[in-house]
Design a protein around this ligand. Structure first.
Ligand code: PMP
Length: 349
């Protein structure tokens, strides 16, 4: 097509995990919460729906106030967007003037954003054990971005190690995508106050039961936050809709429920990991709401379609180094029991 920008025709878009339109799947493929939204969220969303003739608040003031209170940071350190995907997109769009570096195996959207915005990207391999080697980023001059804990590996880095990277060069921006941090990782949030070159990205999709609402955030010093707002207000001032704002506020008010869901997910993860090891799987030590596992004989490439045929959806990545693995979201105890029974049959066949 003549009118298309060649960069767009060459784009290889992100492929999201399947969202089946029927309820007969055990859905363990996109790292959503196994539990419904907190009490009060549906009512808040319904009340906001009754005022949909009005635009949403472009400053997201009430949500920022509630989030600031929860994270114990000033609201001026916060930015919110339409899922952390949008927050990350704004980062790639505007905060990577000197290029970007990220791991070869990490969240699959980073290379897509890099391509979309025409960035020079340096892709740095994980270690043999699939952990991130931060020393390999030492000489990079542009912006560094990685997920901690990383996806799909589920492995986390200690905050102290990341801090060394941040402090090594105050002129270089480090963006830490903490989508899964509440499930056991170490957050870099406490270091934002002291470090103007650190931006932490979070989401309501995993631990807050709001994946469908699309709400993500960034924590950084006001200078960075102002730049993110400059991009947002040059694109769509209302990117967070009124129902999502209301749902986010209600979720943040239900802190006990949030803690309960986290505790249940972590407990389920631990016994599921043990049970998978008993079946012979190698299970990477997870600090997330998913497990990255492989079986010594039956590869992920074989198990993924076999599970799907039995109405269990997990994630398999057709990528070098991780083709043998499956990424399994932690569901309810009942869902995990069903998964384990099915896997037992499959690996014994
Ligand atoms: N970062 C990582 C590491 C993720 O796995 C995901 C979820 N796919 C996201 C960001 C995006 O999450 P969301 O846009 O739902 O906030």
């Amino acid at each position: 097509m003549k009118f298309l920008d060649p960069r767009i025709t060459q784009l290889a878009p992100y492929v999201p995990g399947e969202q089946p339109q029927t309820n007969d799947f055990i859905k363990l493929n996109t790292n959503e919460s196994a539990y419904p939204p907190a009490p009060g969220v549906v009512e808040a969303v319904e009340a906001a729906a009754g005022r949909l003739q009005l635009y949403s608040d472009p400053t997201c003031r009430d949500l920022l106030r509630e989030l600031a209170d929860y994270l114990a940071v000033p609201a001026t350190n916060l930015f919110v967007g339409n899922g952390s995907d949008e927050v990350l997109a704004f980062c790639f769009q505007g905060l990577m003037g000197q290029g970007v570096a990220y791991p070869d195996i990490t969240y699959g959207f980073y290379p897509v954003f890099a391509q979309l915005y025409g960035l020079k990207a340096q892709v740095i391999p994980l270690r043999e054990d699939l952990s991130i080697e931060l020393a390999d980023y030492a000489d990079f001059k542009g912006t560094i971005v990685f997920a901690n804990p990383n996806a799909p590996t589920s492995l986390g880095l200690p905050a102290a190690a990341i801090l060394v990277l941040v402090e090594a060069d105050p002129e270089r921006l480090v963006i830490v995508d903490e989508a899964y941090v509440e499930f056991g990782g170490q957050s870099m949030m406490p270091y934002v106050k002291e470090h103007a070159n650190l931006l932490v990205v979070g989401t309501f999709s995993k631990s807050w039961q709001l994946a469908g609402a699309r709400l993500g955030y960034a924590v950084g010093q006001p200078a960075l936050i102002n730049e993110l707002n400059r991009i947002k207000f040059s694109f769509n001032p209302y990117s967070v809709n009124a129902m999502t704002l209301a749902g986010g506020i209600a979720a943040l008010k239900a802190r006990e429920y949030h803690q309960e869901c986290l505790a249940k997910t972590i407990a389920t993860r631990e016994w599921t990991a043990q049970a998978l090891e008993n079946l012979g799987f190698t299970v990477l030590p997870s600090e997330t709401n998913f497990l990255f596992v492989k079986h010594p004989i039956v590869s992920g490439k074989v198990l993924y379609p076999a599970l799907k045929e039995r109405n269990i959806l997990v994630r398999w990545f057709d990528k070098p180094r991780i083709q043998d693995y499956l990424r399994i979201t932690i569901g309810t105890p009942e869902q995990m029991a069903q998964l384990l029974a099915t896997l037992q049959e499959l690996v014994n066949e």
